[in-house]
Design a protein around this ligand. Sequence first.
Ligand code: SAH
Length: 216
Amino acid sequence: MTDTFEAKGKRKKLVAELRQKGISDEEVLRAIDKVPRHLFMDPAFLIHAYVDKAFPITSGQTISQPYTVAVQSSLLKVKKRDKILEIGTGSGYQAAILAEMGAKVYTVERFRELFVKAQRILTSLGYSADFFYGDGYDGKPQYGPFDGIIITAATPDVPELLLHQLKTGGRLVVPLGDSISQVMTVVQRIGPDNFEYSEHGNFVFVPMLKGTVNGK
Ligand code: SAH
C-alpha cells in the first residue's frame, strides 16, 4: 500500500474544495493534504477516496466525510503535543489527521476488527497513537486530563464521565442528536463544574453504542 502521484493530486483538489466549503484552519488543511485517505478504505473503493463523502468500511461503520473530519478537527483547536482522546476510531483516518497535526492521540473503538485494522494502518504510515479496544463511554481517565475529546459517533447526550476528563479550557467536540441528524456541539470546560456549549451545524453520524463487538 503506497501513496501515488495521482492520489496526491486528488488530495490537492479535495483541499481546495474544503477551502471553498469554509474550512480555513491551515494546519487541518495541511494534514488532509498529507494523509493518504485511500489507504484507510477497502482497495475496491479507491476511486471514491477523495470524493467529499462518508464511505462504508467494515463492521457496518463509516469513514467520516473529509468535510466532517475537517470541521471536527478545526473545532478542537489542536496545538502540537495536545493530548486528544477520540471515541470511535473507525478506519483510523481522523486519528491520523490529529497525529499529523502533532497531537498525542488516544483512540477507542468498540469493534475489535476496526481497532486491529486502524492500528495496523497508522503504524505502517509511521503515526504513533494509543489504540484501545473497548466502550468509549467511560473515556480513559488514567490517561487524562485531555486538551480535547472528539466523539465521532452520534449521541443524544454528552457522556458525563468524558466531560470530567477535560482540562480546564479543554474542548469536547460531539455530534449531539438522534439517529437521523445531529448538531455539532463544542463543550468547553471553563471551570471544575462549569461548561460552555456552542453549536456548529448539522451532520449525520453512525450511532454511539454501548458495549463491545469482538467479531472474528
Ligand atoms: N473516526 C472514524 C469515524 C468512525 S464512525 C474515522 O475516521 O473513520 C464511528 C465509529 O465509532 C464506529 O467505528 C463505531 O464502531 C464507533 N463507536 C460507536 N460507539 C462507540 C463506543 N461507545 N465506544 C467506542 N467506539 C464507538
